[in-house]
Design a binder for this molecule. Structure first.
Ligand SMILES: Cc1cc2nc3c(=O)[nH]c(=O)nc-3n(C[C@H](O)[C@H](O)[C@H](O)COP(=O)(O)O)c2cc1C
Length: 316
């Protein structure tokens, strides 16, 4: 089994990816970058460039992701990414956000399968990169996936990463595992499963529900935010690979590294706290009974106050 870090816009930027790699990178085979949307005038803005720069991705296999429905724009950004040394690029066909979908991008592209087919046709005629897709199974209904898979099967994908929900479900309800099983039987491309792996138990249950058939790879997002050691814990399971578990001191050091790195690139307490608060909205689940501290973290406006609450969380 191969394990991938999912792209999480606003969270898994290069600061997070580097800290994760240094502390809990054992077992993580690929790091997917949050999406890049092509600009009309310039190639990348300063934030995007920082995420892409090879010196910010040392020692990690990083895959940039592009969000577009224009083959021309994709091929332009592909060229720019290749100039930085990237040979594998992922296309986002899953983003459910209203502003993205209304422009026919992300999961919005799935509502126009014939247009999507034309887009892929043009991309695959001209691309020099290895292309993977990260897709939902439809816009309104899981049954849309039959047609989508017919289209995907026409192209030599590096990987087909499936989050088995439709756009309208956002991240709610149980993933449609039967649709992923259909893909396992009918996809001509290598598959990767993504969605709701948050613990060893959910991982084992998932594999059982998929009939313990060989899945080449899984991608994990929120589960890693909740427990950064999750992939190394899963990779440690018998027959897979050696890894490490979660220890309090190490988690504290991981937290402190993230805080220091955000402080070094962001100006003002407010911006740093915004990042750390978002992270705590996931991490806090590791600290049952810390509801009071969770609230205090959400409310804090100064880094000194924040540090004091975090000290309490780790001490208790
Ligand atoms: C805050 C947030 C940001 C996300 N950003 C992206 C993104 O940039 N590109 C993408 O393909 N998916 C994005 N996703 C979806 C995740 O990559 C992933 O598919 C989803 O969270 C389900 O996997 P999980 O249950 O392991 O988290 C985002 C999800 C969340 C919650």
């Amino acid at each position: 089994m191969r394990f991938y870090l999912a792209p999480l816009e606003g969270i898994t930027g290069y600061i997070y990816r580097n800290a994760l790699h240094d502390f809990y990178g054992e077992g993580i085979d690929k790091y997917f970058m949050p999406f890049l949307a092509p600009h009309t005038k310039r190639s990348f803005n300063a934030k995007e460039k920082n995420d892409i720069l090879p010196e910010h991705n040392k020692g990690m296999y990083t895959v940039p992701q592009v969000l577009t429905n224009s083959a021309k724009d994709f091929l332009r950004i592909e060229k720019d990414l290749r100039a930085f040394g990237y040979e594998e690029i992922n296309i986002n066909l899953g983003c459910p956000s209203g502003t993205v979908v209304s422009k026919g991008r992300g999961a919005g592209f799935l509502a126009e399968p014939e247009k999507l087919d034309q887009f892929l046709e043009e991309v695959f005629t001209k691309t020099e990169a290895k292309i993977s897709l990260k897709t939902r199974i439809g816009f309104d209904e899981p049954e849309e996936f039959y047609r989508l898979l017919e289209i995907y099967n026409k192209y030599p994908l590096k990987e087909l990463i499936i989050h088995p929900r439709v756009r309208q479900e956002l991240y709610k309800g149980k993933p449609h595992l039967e649709t992923f099983c259909y893909a396992m039987e009918h996809s001509t491309n290598p598959l990767c499963y993504n969605g709701d792996i948050v613990s060893k138990e959910s991982y084992v249950n998932l594999l059982a529900e998929l009939g313990n058939k060989e899945v080449p790879a899984v991608m994990i997002g929120r589960g890693v935010l909740k427990n950064p050691a999750l992939i190394s814990e899963l990779a440690e399971m018998p027959g897979i690979k050696a890894g490490v578990g979660l220890e309090k001191e190490k988690l504290r050091a991981f937290h402190d590294r993230l805080l220091a790195d955000y402080q070094s690139v962001l100006s003002g307490d407010k911006n740093v706290l915004f990042k750390m608060k978002e992270l705590w909205s996931y991490l806090i689940e590791l600290f049952p009974g810390a509801e009071k501290e969770a609230k205090a973290i959400r409310k804090t406006e100064r880094l000194s106050e924040y540090q004091a609450v975090v000290n309490r969380v780790f001490m208790d």
